[in-house]
Design a protein around this ligand. Sequence first.
Ligand code: HEC
Ligand code: HEC
Ligand code: HEC
Ligand code: HEC
Length: 437
Amino acid sequence: MARIFASVINSLSLILTLLCTNVYAEPLTVIYSGNLDGELEPCGCTVQGDFGGIKRLASVLDQLRDQRPESVVLSSGGLITSERVIDRIKSEYILKGFAALEYDAIGMQWQDLSYGLEFATQFDLPWVLGNGAHTSIARVQPVTRSIDGRYIVLKVFSWLGPDDSPTPEMHADHVLVHADSEALLGEIRQADKQGVVTVLSTSLSLATVQKKFDLEAIDILLVRASYETYGEPRQVGKTLVLQPGSRGKRIARVDLETDGEGDIRQWEHKVISMPRSVPDAPRMNAWYDEYNAELEQDYLKRVEIRKQQESGAVNFSGEVSCKACHSVQHELWLRSEHASAYEHLESVNKAYDPNCVACHTVGFNKPGGFLDKLITPHLTDVQCESCHGPGNAHVQSAGRQPLVNRLWSKERMCAQCHVKNHSPSFSMDTYWPKIAH
Ligand code: HEC
Ligand code: HEC
Ligand code: HEC
Ligand code: HEC
């Protein structure tokens, strides 16, 4: 309550100053946050760590918008990560939750593309990628507000460092960014000349941005988030440099005064933390329940697969167990690309994307098949059993029990994975000789 009161006083005093100093002064409130880094909610294991989360963020934003409906709400992105298998579900709900928060612009960071472009853009989010070359992501997000009968226009740009891509080889398949910072700067300068408040969001540090960009035309610069707590804002030339805090623990509000030409004259900054005492927004309840229900479904499915794995009813045994009796075939297989299929997935940071894993491992989503590298290290890569079928019974019977896919044609085996969009030049005549055994 004291906080709300204090900020009301702040806004009042700001408005008063504006009225007294210059008739053309235009007040503008910008609310901003930085990397969420996959923190849909705080774990709440300790009171000290219990800050943030999307449900509290929703109620704080609702409250701030009640106070100043024309506030502009920005995020520098970095919403999701893909560290664990379950992160995909969480990531989906983070994006869905953020869609309900109605941000005005969200800078796109590489980690937001952990599951590909289609995944990131599945909900109606105002992503911006200033140096992107994909028509499905905006290169600029214009934000217009009518304040006291006058229009204020912001243009939000972002810069995604091409060299920081975790998946350089996959550029063509995922997101293409161009390295030409001059082109982006040209667009920013143009906007600045039109009297627009220009914003650049990036995950680079201030020092790196300064090397790359002339800040002259940038009114507000959002730089790489610092861990949890917000950095002190500062003025560099005429640019207001803001450094958000990460992990969604806090949100900040800056009350600005622009000169009517889009340049910032004064600002007042305030960080709002979101401890346990901040209530969850009831409007997010359905979303949260749905998220938990989906996690539960996924958990139970995994338990089921593990149970089957442990009961050994249907099983994959892994290439090592075939080696003993089929050393010649094993030797040939080791030299094929199939034996590095998982490593190649890891090298493009896609080992936790179920969309990819299925064709680069053995028996994914099948009883006794690949779960993850720690639980089933013997089932990475495309192996003997990817083509011949689960071979445990065959191994246990010293080869007497025939392989499950014994009656399959070669074509049918290959077609499990060599489908048109993943292997456009596949032909049996050229491919089989490379792996013949
Ligand atoms: C203990 C020895 C042994 C092990 C271990 C073994 N096999 Fe065999 N395998 C045999 C023998 C013996 C035959 C020949 C059976 C026949 O021709 O009736 C055979 C035949 C095959 C054949 C050709 C016939 C068919 O059923 O399609 C394939 C393919 C095969 N094995 C794959 C595998 C794979 C894959 C593994 C590992 C999961 C494996 N084997 C492990 C002994 C073994
Ligand atoms: C339907 C099966 C399938 C899926 C799904 C799949 N791949 Fe592949 N992948 C293949 C096949 C087949 C090849 C070999 C293509 C060829 O050489 O003809 C391949 C090759 C690759 C290579 C090696 C490229 C090279 O130049 O050596 C990488 C890396 C790769 N895939 C990554 C991925 C990623 C990332 C995903 C998920 C976004 C994915 N794959 C999903 C089947 C699949
Ligand atoms: C990409 C699919 C694929 C993989 C991977 C694969 N095989 Fe095969 N394998 C085949 C096909 C197809 C045939 C049948 C070849 C034919 O009809 O000429 C075959 C034939 C065999 C045979 C029959 C005897 C022979 O040499 O013709 C054995 C044994 C065998 N494979 C064992 C293995 C073992 C062991 C591994 C793993 C080390 C393995 N295969 C990996 C597709 C595969
Ligand atoms: C379980 C999925 C799967 C099956 C089944 C499969 N492949 Fe593959 N194949 C892959 C993947 C994934 C790669 C890419 C490996 C890499 O480089 O990462 C690949 C790569 C290859 C390559 C290397 C391509 C190159 O550019 O050199 C050949 C050749 C190949 N497969 C032939 C076959 C043939 C022939 C069959 C059927 C007998 C077959 N594969 C069945 C998934 C599969």
